[in-house]
Design a protein around this ligand. Structure first.
Ligand code: FE2
Length: 302
Protein backbone atom coordinates (compact mmCIF):
# COMPACT_ATOMS: atom_id res chain seq x y z
CA UNK A 1 0.00 0.00 0.00
CA UNK A 2 3.04 2.28 0.21
CA UNK A 3 2.47 5.60 -1.57
CA UNK A 4 -1.31 5.33 -1.67
CA UNK A 5 -1.77 7.86 1.08
CA UNK A 6 0.63 10.55 -0.10
CA UNK A 7 -2.18 12.58 -1.62
CA UNK A 8 -3.57 13.56 1.78
CA UNK A 9 -0.36 15.00 3.22
CA UNK A 10 -1.00 18.52 1.91
CA UNK A 11 -4.41 18.93 3.55
CA UNK A 12 -4.79 22.04 5.70
CA UNK A 13 -5.02 21.75 9.47
CA UNK A 14 -8.04 19.87 10.73
CA UNK A 15 -8.27 22.22 13.74
CA UNK A 16 -10.75 25.08 13.97
CA UNK A 17 -10.05 27.26 17.01
CA UNK A 18 -12.54 29.10 19.20
CA UNK A 19 -12.07 31.46 22.13
CA UNK A 20 -13.87 31.06 25.43
CA UNK A 21 -13.04 30.24 29.02
CA UNK A 22 -16.52 29.77 30.55
CA UNK A 23 -18.91 26.84 30.00
CA UNK A 24 -20.68 27.15 27.71
CA UNK A 25 -18.74 29.72 25.68
CA UNK A 26 -20.65 32.27 23.62
CA UNK A 27 -20.22 32.00 19.86
CA UNK A 28 -21.62 34.67 17.57
CA UNK A 29 -23.54 33.65 14.46
CA UNK A 30 -20.44 33.62 12.28
CA UNK A 31 -18.63 31.46 14.84
CA UNK A 32 -21.55 29.01 14.99
CA UNK A 33 -21.63 28.74 11.20
CA UNK A 34 -17.87 28.16 11.11
CA UNK A 35 -18.20 25.48 13.83
CA UNK A 36 -20.98 23.62 11.99
CA UNK A 37 -19.17 23.62 8.65
CA UNK A 38 -15.86 22.52 10.17
CA UNK A 39 -17.38 19.81 12.35
CA UNK A 40 -19.46 18.21 9.60
CA UNK A 41 -16.41 18.29 7.32
CA UNK A 42 -14.61 16.12 9.90
CA UNK A 43 -12.72 18.98 11.55
CA UNK A 44 -11.87 19.29 15.23
CA UNK A 45 -13.40 22.25 17.09
CA UNK A 46 -10.70 23.28 19.54
CA UNK A 47 -11.37 25.47 22.57
CA UNK A 48 -7.80 25.79 23.87
CA UNK A 49 -8.76 27.79 26.98
CA UNK A 50 -12.01 26.08 27.89
CA UNK A 51 -10.84 24.37 31.08
CA UNK A 52 -13.26 21.99 32.74
CA UNK A 53 -13.09 22.84 36.45
CA UNK A 54 -12.23 20.06 38.87
CA UNK A 55 -13.35 20.81 42.43
CA UNK A 56 -10.82 20.61 45.27
CA UNK A 57 -12.56 17.56 46.76
CA UNK A 58 -12.19 15.78 43.40
CA UNK A 59 -8.39 16.02 43.46
CA UNK A 60 -8.37 12.59 45.09
CA UNK A 61 -9.44 10.98 41.81
CA UNK A 62 -6.23 12.13 40.09
CA UNK A 63 -3.96 9.44 41.48
CA UNK A 64 -3.43 5.79 40.51
CA UNK A 65 -5.77 3.09 41.58
CA UNK A 66 -9.36 4.13 40.89
CA UNK A 67 -9.86 2.24 37.64
CA UNK A 68 -10.67 -1.45 37.65
CA UNK A 69 -9.38 -3.76 34.90
CA UNK A 70 -10.59 -1.50 32.07
CA UNK A 71 -8.60 1.54 31.02
CA UNK A 72 -11.55 3.91 31.42
CA UNK A 73 -14.07 4.68 34.12
CA UNK A 74 -17.48 5.01 32.51
CA UNK A 75 -20.78 6.59 33.39
CA UNK A 76 -24.20 6.19 31.76
CA UNK A 77 -26.24 9.32 32.40
CA UNK A 78 -29.56 7.71 31.46
CA UNK A 79 -29.19 5.08 34.21
CA UNK A 80 -26.90 7.10 36.50
CA UNK A 81 -24.61 4.05 36.58
CA UNK A 82 -20.87 4.08 37.11
CA UNK A 83 -18.57 1.33 35.78
CA UNK A 84 -14.92 0.38 35.45
CA UNK A 85 -13.92 1.63 38.89
CA UNK A 86 -13.09 0.23 42.31
CA UNK A 87 -14.61 3.33 43.95
CA UNK A 88 -17.40 2.62 46.44
CA UNK A 89 -19.69 4.62 48.73
CA UNK A 90 -18.76 8.30 49.03
CA UNK A 91 -16.04 7.92 46.41
CA UNK A 92 -18.43 6.39 43.87
CA UNK A 93 -20.86 9.23 44.58
CA UNK A 94 -18.09 11.78 44.06
CA UNK A 95 -17.00 10.23 40.75
CA UNK A 96 -20.62 10.05 39.60
CA UNK A 97 -21.09 13.73 40.41
CA UNK A 98 -17.93 14.70 38.49
CA UNK A 99 -18.92 12.72 35.41
CA UNK A 100 -22.57 13.80 35.45
CA UNK A 101 -21.37 17.41 35.61
CA UNK A 102 -19.14 16.81 32.59
CA UNK A 103 -21.99 15.16 30.64
CA UNK A 104 -24.23 18.17 31.25
CA UNK A 105 -21.48 20.73 30.52
CA UNK A 106 -20.62 18.93 27.27
CA UNK A 107 -24.21 18.92 26.11
CA UNK A 108 -24.50 22.65 26.76
CA UNK A 109 -21.19 23.24 24.93
CA UNK A 110 -22.32 21.36 21.80
CA UNK A 111 -25.67 23.14 21.80
CA UNK A 112 -23.99 26.54 22.21
CA UNK A 113 -21.52 25.87 19.39
CA UNK A 114 -24.00 24.16 17.04
CA UNK A 115 -27.55 25.45 17.66
CA UNK A 116 -28.79 23.14 14.86
CA UNK A 117 -28.13 20.16 17.16
CA UNK A 118 -30.18 21.55 20.07
CA UNK A 119 -32.57 18.85 21.25
CA UNK A 120 -31.25 16.49 18.57
CA UNK A 121 -28.19 14.96 20.25
CA UNK A 122 -28.68 11.95 22.48
CA UNK A 123 -26.41 11.71 25.52
CA UNK A 124 -24.54 8.39 25.58
CA UNK A 125 -21.55 7.25 27.64
CA UNK A 126 -19.23 9.50 29.63
CA UNK A 127 -15.67 8.36 30.28
CA UNK A 128 -12.85 9.38 32.58
CA UNK A 129 -9.47 8.27 31.25
CA UNK A 130 -6.95 8.23 34.08
CA UNK A 131 -4.46 5.79 32.55
CA UNK A 132 -1.34 6.93 30.65
CA UNK A 133 -1.75 5.98 26.98
CA UNK A 134 1.96 5.73 26.10
CA UNK A 135 3.39 2.29 26.81
CA UNK A 136 0.01 0.70 27.49
CA UNK A 137 -0.04 -2.73 25.88
CA UNK A 138 -2.98 -4.01 23.85
CA UNK A 139 -3.79 -6.10 20.78
CA UNK A 140 -3.49 -4.24 17.44
CA UNK A 141 -7.30 -4.14 17.13
CA UNK A 142 -7.64 -2.47 20.54
CA UNK A 143 -4.55 -0.28 20.12
CA UNK A 144 -5.88 3.28 20.01
CA UNK A 145 -2.37 4.62 19.30
CA UNK A 146 -2.99 3.46 15.71
CA UNK A 147 -5.08 5.61 13.35
CA UNK A 148 -8.72 4.55 13.23
CA UNK A 149 -12.29 5.75 13.03
CA UNK A 150 -14.50 4.83 15.99
CA UNK A 151 -16.76 1.78 15.74
CA UNK A 152 -17.59 -0.51 18.67
CA UNK A 153 -18.39 -4.22 18.32
CA UNK A 154 -20.93 -4.31 21.16
CA UNK A 155 -22.56 -0.95 20.45
CA UNK A 156 -23.93 -0.72 16.89
CA UNK A 157 -25.12 2.79 15.98
CA UNK A 158 -27.29 1.78 13.00
CA UNK A 159 -25.91 4.74 11.09
CA UNK A 160 -26.15 7.35 13.83
CA UNK A 161 -23.15 9.59 14.34
CA UNK A 162 -20.58 9.38 17.15
CA UNK A 163 -19.91 12.92 18.35
CA UNK A 164 -17.41 13.31 21.18
CA UNK A 165 -16.35 16.11 23.52
CA UNK A 166 -12.91 15.70 25.11
CA UNK A 167 -11.29 17.74 27.87
CA UNK A 168 -7.71 17.39 28.96
CA UNK A 169 -7.95 17.67 32.77
CA UNK A 170 -4.38 16.63 33.52
CA UNK A 171 -3.47 18.31 36.83
CA UNK A 172 0.28 18.30 36.06
CA UNK A 173 -0.14 20.19 32.79
CA UNK A 174 0.68 17.24 30.52
CA UNK A 175 -0.61 17.54 26.95
CA UNK A 176 -2.67 14.84 25.24
CA UNK A 177 -1.07 13.90 21.94
CA UNK A 178 -3.11 12.82 18.91
CA UNK A 179 -2.33 11.93 15.34
CA UNK A 180 -4.89 12.80 12.69
CA UNK A 181 -5.54 11.15 9.34
CA UNK A 182 -7.02 12.58 6.14
CA UNK A 183 -10.73 13.11 5.47
CA UNK A 184 -13.16 10.19 5.56
CA UNK A 185 -14.42 10.83 2.04
CA UNK A 186 -10.95 10.26 0.56
CA UNK A 187 -9.84 7.53 3.02
CA UNK A 188 -12.87 5.20 2.93
CA UNK A 189 -12.60 4.54 -0.84
CA UNK A 190 -8.98 3.38 -0.36
CA UNK A 191 -10.07 0.70 2.11
CA UNK A 192 -13.55 -0.18 0.87
CA UNK A 193 -12.58 -2.68 -1.88
CA UNK A 194 -10.82 -4.95 0.64
CA UNK A 195 -13.48 -4.89 3.38
CA UNK A 196 -15.25 -8.26 3.71
CA UNK A 197 -18.95 -8.13 2.80
CA UNK A 198 -21.51 -8.71 5.57
CA UNK A 199 -22.80 -12.28 5.80
CA UNK A 200 -26.57 -12.70 5.69
CA UNK A 201 -27.96 -13.65 9.09
CA UNK A 202 -24.88 -12.79 11.13
CA UNK A 203 -26.44 -9.57 12.51
CA UNK A 204 -29.46 -11.44 13.84
CA UNK A 205 -27.17 -14.09 15.32
CA UNK A 206 -25.09 -11.44 17.13
CA UNK A 207 -28.23 -9.85 18.56
CA UNK A 208 -29.68 -13.23 19.52
CA UNK A 209 -26.46 -14.23 21.30
CA UNK A 210 -26.52 -10.93 23.18
CA UNK A 211 -23.20 -9.85 21.67
CA UNK A 212 -24.60 -6.55 20.47
CA UNK A 213 -26.84 -3.95 22.06
CA UNK A 214 -29.43 -3.77 19.31
CA UNK A 215 -29.12 -5.23 15.83
CA UNK A 216 -25.91 -4.70 13.89
CA UNK A 217 -26.68 -3.21 10.47
CA UNK A 218 -24.53 -3.51 7.36
CA UNK A 219 -23.33 0.00 8.18
CA UNK A 220 -22.00 -1.20 11.56
CA UNK A 221 -20.36 -4.15 9.84
CA UNK A 222 -18.49 -1.90 7.39
CA UNK A 223 -17.44 0.58 10.09
CA UNK A 224 -16.01 -2.22 12.24
CA UNK A 225 -14.18 -3.68 9.26
CA UNK A 226 -12.86 -0.23 8.36
CA UNK A 227 -11.72 0.37 11.96
CA UNK A 228 -9.83 -2.95 11.96
CA UNK A 229 -8.40 -2.56 8.44
CA UNK A 230 -7.01 0.90 9.28
CA UNK A 231 -5.35 -0.32 12.48
CA UNK A 232 -3.86 -3.38 10.74
CA UNK A 233 -2.37 -1.44 7.81
CA UNK A 234 1.23 -0.48 8.60
CA UNK A 235 1.49 1.56 5.39
CA UNK A 236 -1.52 3.62 6.34
CA UNK A 237 -0.20 4.08 9.89
CA UNK A 238 3.06 5.44 8.45
CA UNK A 239 1.76 7.53 5.60
CA UNK A 240 -1.84 8.32 6.49
CA UNK A 241 -0.89 10.81 9.21
CA UNK A 242 -1.46 14.42 8.17
CA UNK A 243 -0.98 16.10 11.52
CA UNK A 244 0.21 15.57 15.08
CA UNK A 245 -1.56 17.66 17.72
CA UNK A 246 -0.76 18.33 21.36
CA UNK A 247 -3.96 19.22 23.18
CA UNK A 248 -2.78 21.25 26.17
CA UNK A 249 -4.05 20.67 29.67
CA UNK A 250 -7.13 22.85 30.06
CA UNK A 251 -8.19 22.42 26.42
CA UNK A 252 -11.54 21.04 25.20
CA UNK A 253 -12.28 19.74 21.73
CA UNK A 254 -15.27 18.38 19.78
CA UNK A 255 -15.04 15.93 16.88
CA UNK A 256 -17.03 13.28 15.03
CA UNK A 257 -14.73 10.35 15.85
CA UNK A 258 -16.59 8.04 13.44
CA UNK A 259 -15.44 10.34 10.62
CA UNK A 260 -12.01 11.77 11.42
CA UNK A 261 -9.24 9.14 11.61
CA UNK A 262 -7.39 9.68 14.89
CA UNK A 263 -4.89 8.01 17.21
CA UNK A 264 -4.22 8.91 20.86
CA UNK A 265 -0.48 8.62 21.45
CA UNK A 266 0.17 9.96 24.95
CA UNK A 267 -1.51 11.61 27.88
CA UNK A 268 -3.56 10.75 30.93
CA UNK A 269 -6.55 12.24 32.73
CA UNK A 270 -9.06 13.19 30.08
CA UNK A 271 -12.81 13.37 30.22
CA UNK A 272 -14.86 12.35 27.20
CA UNK A 273 -18.57 12.58 26.48
CA UNK A 274 -20.24 10.70 23.62
CA UNK A 275 -23.40 11.85 21.86
CA UNK A 276 -25.36 10.24 19.06
CA UNK A 277 -27.01 12.14 16.26
CA UNK A 278 -29.23 10.95 13.42
CA UNK A 279 -27.65 11.53 10.03
CA UNK A 280 -30.81 13.28 8.84
CA UNK A 281 -30.41 15.86 11.63
CA UNK A 282 -27.11 17.08 10.16
CA UNK A 283 -26.85 20.07 7.84
CA UNK A 284 -24.86 17.95 5.39
CA UNK A 285 -26.00 14.32 5.74
CA UNK A 286 -24.05 13.46 2.57
CA UNK A 287 -20.79 13.97 4.46
CA UNK A 288 -21.63 11.30 7.05
CA UNK A 289 -19.78 7.96 7.02
CA UNK A 290 -23.16 6.31 6.39
CA UNK A 291 -23.77 8.20 3.17
CA UNK A 292 -20.14 7.89 2.00
CA UNK A 293 -20.20 4.12 2.53
CA UNK A 294 -23.63 3.84 0.90
CA UNK A 295 -22.34 5.57 -2.19
CA UNK A 296 -19.42 3.10 -2.29
CA UNK A 297 -21.74 0.12 -1.75
CA UNK A 298 -24.37 1.40 -4.19
CA UNK A 299 -27.18 0.57 -1.76
CA UNK A 300 -28.68 1.40 1.62
CA UNK A 301 -26.74 0.08 4.61
CA UNK A 302 -29.25 0.52 7.45
FE1 FE2 B 1 -11.04 6.38 18.86
Amino acid sequence: MQGDYASVTMVMSSLERFPGTAWPPTLDEAGQARALEALEAGGILLFPDLRFAIEPSEGRFFVEGWSAAAKNISYEAARRSLGGTKAEGEDATGLTRLMARYAEASRRLVEAAIPLYRGRIETARTSFRPVEIAGRSSSPRQDDTRLHVDAFPSRPTAGRRILRVFSNVNPAGQARRWRIGGPFASTAPQFYPRLPKPRPGSALLHAWLGLTKGRRRDYDHYMLQLHDAMKRDDGYQREGVIEEIDFPAGATWIVFTDQRPHAALAGRYALEQTFHLDVEQMKHPERSPLRVLESLAGRRLT
